[in-house]
Design a protein around this ligand. Sequence first.
Ligand SMILES: Cc1cc2nc3c(=O)[nH]c(=O)nc-3n(C[C@H](O)[C@H](O)[C@H](O)COP(=O)(O)OP(=O)(O)OC[C@H]3O[C@@H](n4cnc5c(N)ncnc54)[C@H](O)[C@@H]3O)c2cc1C
Length: 410
Amino acid sequence: MDFNHTSKSTDYIARLRAFMNDHVFPFEREWMDFIMDQNEIKDWKSWKEHPHLENLKAKAKSEGLWNLFLPDHTLGAGLSTLEYAPLAEIMGQVYNAAEIFNCNAPDTGNMEVLFHYGSEWQKEKWLMPLLEGKIKSVFSMTEPQVASSDASNIETELIEDGEHLIIHGKKWWSTNLGHPRARFSIVLCRSGNEIDKRRQHSMVIVPLDTPGVEIKRMQSTFGMYDAPSGHGEVHFNQVKVPRTHLLKGIGEGYAIAQGRLGPGRVHHSMRCVGAAERALSLAIKRSMMRNAFGKPLAKLGGNSERFAEARMDIDQARLLIQNAAWKIDKLGIENALQEVSAIKVVAPRLLQKVTDMAMQIHGGAGISNDLPLVGFFVQARALRLADGPDEVHLRRISRLEFKKHLKGLY
Ligand SMILES: Cc1cc2nc3c(=O)[nH]c(=O)nc-3n(C[C@H](O)[C@H](O)[C@H](O)COP(=O)(O)OP(=O)(O)OC[C@H]3O[C@@H](n4cnc5c(N)ncnc54)[C@H](O)[C@@H]3O)c2cc1C
């Protein structure tokens, strides 16, 4: 295994770092205040993007720092999962910064789905505007009435009706639903198949302005609405779309979901590592410049050991993620399932732990919005649920471990 950066990756790292230093870090405070102010706006339909965001996106695009996640050479940067990983880490240092480079979830996962499984018409209609950053998209799987961490519970019905499909059901926690430019959702539906459990679900592209699509409300995480993207509850009331909106085929939902989530979990995890690095750096700086009981905070109690623990935890997580990325690239996602689940557990836990330590060393300031730590903490805690709760990934890891033993591999 070779985790050295390729020359292509090294070049992107240098350019992305420079961009973050010149344009994103100086904008961070103002941007976060803007996001927080939108929390006060009761009517989510009035949510807006910060006006400067478009300038930054145009600049990132003109510098070739755009769609870096997409492994295709023509439409994206053509980087492997391992080559892209350090770029996700750099973006992770500022909450939401991935958005500036068109590398944010759930759009990235949806773009990958459309790229790999979309028809020519679907690509032209939905993928191209997403790649250009003109529209936003939603992924709707989770449902209020069933335990959605078990995908086989999903109830939203898909009925075939000649050249049309009818969708009926309720979803919630659909990220991006409140975004002023959100145009469609990829909806996971139950299409039926009593024989094969893995072919019971299908994915359909549903434009949000289709009659019967009813956005009920936005949901908050720790009192924050993540405006203007938001996470919302949406009901599909006998929604009728042409059959051309079906992705890949009836019963292909499970297979698409497997492909969609692998690289996305590497992206999420590396952003956690980037955020944890930033939290550690802030903690160390604070502990060196502030004194109590006649000493810098760094020299009090077990603080320096806490920094050492954080250093080791971050480096372990990064190596685990690089290993998963390498396996996805070399062996395919189907042979990296255990590793992908492992990083999905390890990285958000790491970020939660390091951020908690950094908050503590900052005293009261640590839990204020003067610093990015609260945002990182919420990101970490939410990620331990989003994209599958920890327990579901632990279950998969242990089942795969048992399988190896049963096959006599140990
Ligand atoms: C910020 C945020 C953004 C999200 N974005 C999206 C999105 O864009 N699209 C979307 O579809 N969903 C999204 N989600 C939803 C998320 O994916 C689900 O909340 C998650 O999959 C869990 O499903 P659930 O809420 O139905 O919990 P449930 O399935 O009811 O599970 C509840 C709890 O049960 C326990 N549990 C479950 N299975 C096991 C097990 N095997 N062993 C032990 N314990 C278990 C766990 O503690 C788990 O947390 C988002 C969630 C958050 C918080």
